[in-house]
Write a protein that binds this ligand. Structure first.
Ligand code: FAD
Length: 573
């Protein structure tokens, strides 16, 4: 029977090919991407692939979409599905390659005939020298904010980015950006101040942070939110986040993930301003003329660049994806998963040290309490900020969920198995767009009732039901007698369906880094300025002290990115 069907299938296939005179054969196929199903439509002329089109996907903007923009054309050009994945977008790349493979099979061809590895490209690199006012290393939030600011001040700027796309860790940020005394807060009747923001940040960091840097961040935060509005990226709503005394974390409308939103608008602005970004190009060295930074050396697959610049801005981000490096400062973190993008390897720290920069708080590495271990996806603080609770394997709360990340992480590690479940309801899901990603990526377990949810996750159902009932009473009375939670108690958890995500801590943020002053000038270990060298964002140390408050890193990159752009421009004149 199988044989007969096979004969019939191939006869039919041949008939249809003859009938259309070899004019074409199109097949679609679907594979799992990062954001869910990804579908391709592959067209053939005889056995030649003439087009590959991604017709449906939910991949992350600026990351997975880069694979979508580049891989289909390469498949056609090279007539091969044996291609390198796009760095940082591996899952999306595999989805495209696997779906194309299936479409080839459906078209009646053998995928093995499309497995040739393209010949190695010219390995002979050419040299190029570029002269600019300001060279920026890293197209994350800090680098792009600096580039926009400096270009708006009339300077000629180049950005060097080692990944195939912009965004770094910035594109992964979900929760929001802290800012005090903003018009958004005023509209909602929230009383906040620079002093309170400064105090919360210093207290949250165990008074280890540099008060001058903290003060500058707080003072400039409201203006930074206004500035984002001017580049088409307004933040229109505000919520609670761990460690903040008032509602202070600002988000795009509907609670959309802040990182992808900002990166999209930053990249648009770079394009509008005509700022040159060299992707797939790694900076390797800061060029010095005596004590002064005067450029950088960088490499791509086919070029060696010498970029002469009057000033250099380091915006390379942290080192949370470099286990060897972070474990060298903190052995206890060996083996932890990371929430960071693969380019967070600490190159900027090494380059800065090579030219004599000092490092501050380098062993201060933040672990985040709510990381889904199999995917390394971080469940944003915004979920707890909007009312979620944490329970252990017994179905019981064990901590004030709104405490700082280190406190919550430590409490979680102390539970059976060292993990917990984030529990939320349908009302919360509908108010926080960021939760959609967790559902589409299969992180959530969902059930219509608390008892069913408990069963689905293997937790004692009467314990979980009683925990939810006690919590809902605490919300109604605005009094958490068990753990003293005082914020993020605006909505109870009583609207099914209910959701649970199993989480444990992961390496999240490297709080230490290159020493800077309030003008973002890089300092030596002795505190002297290295002329011409500026740094901003996660590559720097001193702002967060012993613990970073959620929402302060985005404030850091926008505020200090702009300050770096301004002061590098003033230095260049
Ligand atoms: P990045 O955005 O990491 O950019 C650095 C860039 O430099 C990268 O693109 C990298 O590829 C490039 N680079 C590195 N080395 C080189 C080299 N040698 N040559 C060329 N390019 C190089 N903070 C908040 O305040 N709120 C949040 O809600 C929030 N959520 C987060 C969620 C996740 C999952 C993560 C990982 C972080 C989150 N953070 C959040 C932290 C925050 O996103 C980062 O600290 C911040 O965005 C870092 O910005 P940056 O510009 O300093 O670095």
């Amino acid at each position: 029977m199988k044989k007969i069907l096979t004969v019939l299938f191939f006869t039919g296939l041949m008939f249809s090919m003859i009938a259309c005179g070899g004019c074409g054969n199109s097949q679609s196929a679907t594979a799992k991407g990062f954001g869910g199903d990804l579908t391709v439509e592959v067209s053939f002329e005889e056995d030649k692939i003439v087009s590959v089109e991604v017709t449906k996907h939910a991949e992350t903007p600026s990351i997975g979409t880069v694979a979508i923009e580049t891989l289909p054309a390469q498949i056609v050009e090279k007539q091969s599905i044996n291609l390198d994945t796009v760095s940082g977008a591996t899952v999306s790349s595999w989805a495209i390659l696997n779906a194309t493979k299936e479409a080839i099979e459906k078209a009646g061809f053998d995928p093995n005939d499309y497995m040739s590895k393209s010949a190695a490209v010219n390995t002979q690199k050419t040299s190029e020298t570029i002269n600019v006012d300001i060279a920026i290393i890293g197209a994350g939030g800090a680098g792009m904010a600096a580039a926009i600011e400096a270009t708006q001040r009339g300077k000629d700027v180049i950005i060097i980015e080692k990944m195939p796309f912009a965004g770094g860790n910035t594109v992964k940020a979900t929760g929001g950006m802290n800012a005090a005394d903003t018009s958004v807060q005023a509209n909602e009747g929230i009383e906040d101040s620079v002093e309170l923001f400064t105090e919360d940040t210093l207290k949250g960091g165990y008074y280890k942070g540099n008060p001058e840097l903290v003060q500058v961040m707080a003072e400039n935060s409201a203006d930074a939110v206004e500035w984002l509005g001017t580049i088409g990226a307004p933040l229109t709503q505000v919520s609670f986040s761990g460690g903040a005394s008032v509602s202070r974390i600002h988000q795009p409308t509907g609670g959309a993930a802040i990182g992808a939103y900002l990166v999209e608008h930053f990249v648009d602005t770079l394009e509008k301003l005509g700022i040159d970004v060299k992707y797939n190009t790694t900076a390797t060295e800061i060029i010095m003329d005596g004590e002064k930074a005067v450029g950088i050396k960088a490499n791509s697959s086919d070029k060696e660049y010498t970029i002469n610049a009057k000033a250099v801005i380091l915006a390379t981000g942290g080192f949370g994806a470099n286990e060897d490096l972070y474990a060298s400062y903190r052995e206890d973190l060996k083996g932890f998963v990371t929430t960071n993008h693969p380019g967070a390897t600490g190159d900027g720290i090494v380059m800065a040290e090579d030219v004599g920069a000092g490092l501050i708080d380098i062993g201060e590495i933040q672990i985040h309490p709510t990381v889904h271990q199999a995917t390394s996806i971080m469940v944003t603080e915004g979920v707890r900020g909007d009312g979620a609770i944490l329970v252990n394997q017994s179905g019981k709360r064990f901590v004030n969920e709104m405490q700082t990340r280190d406190v919550v992480s430590a409490a979680e590690i102390a539970q059976e198995g060292g993990y917990a479940y984030v529990i939320f309801d349908q009302h919360l899901r509908e108010g926080l767009k960021a939760t959609e990603k967790y559902v589409t990526n299969g992180l959530t377990t969902q059930a219509d009732t608390i008892e069913e949810l408990a069963k689905a996750i293997g937790v004692d159902s009467s314990n979980l039901a009683s925990t939810l009932s006690t919590w809902n009473k605490a919300v109604a009375n605005q009094n958490d007698t068990e753990f003293g939670r005082t914020t993020a108690m605006e909505h109870d958890l009583s609207t099914g369906p209910y959701y649970a995500i199993k989480v444990a801590p992961g390496v999240h943020h490297t709080m230490g880094g290159v020493a800077i002053n309030t003008k973002t000038e890089v300092l030596t270990a002795e505190g002297d300025i290295i002329p011409g060298l500026f740094a901003a964002g996660e590559v720097t140390g001193g702002l967060h002290g012993g613990n970073r408050i959620g929402g302060n890193a985005v404030a850091d990159i926008v505020v200090f990115g702009r300050i770096a752009g301004e002061n590098a421009s003033n230095y260049v004149k």
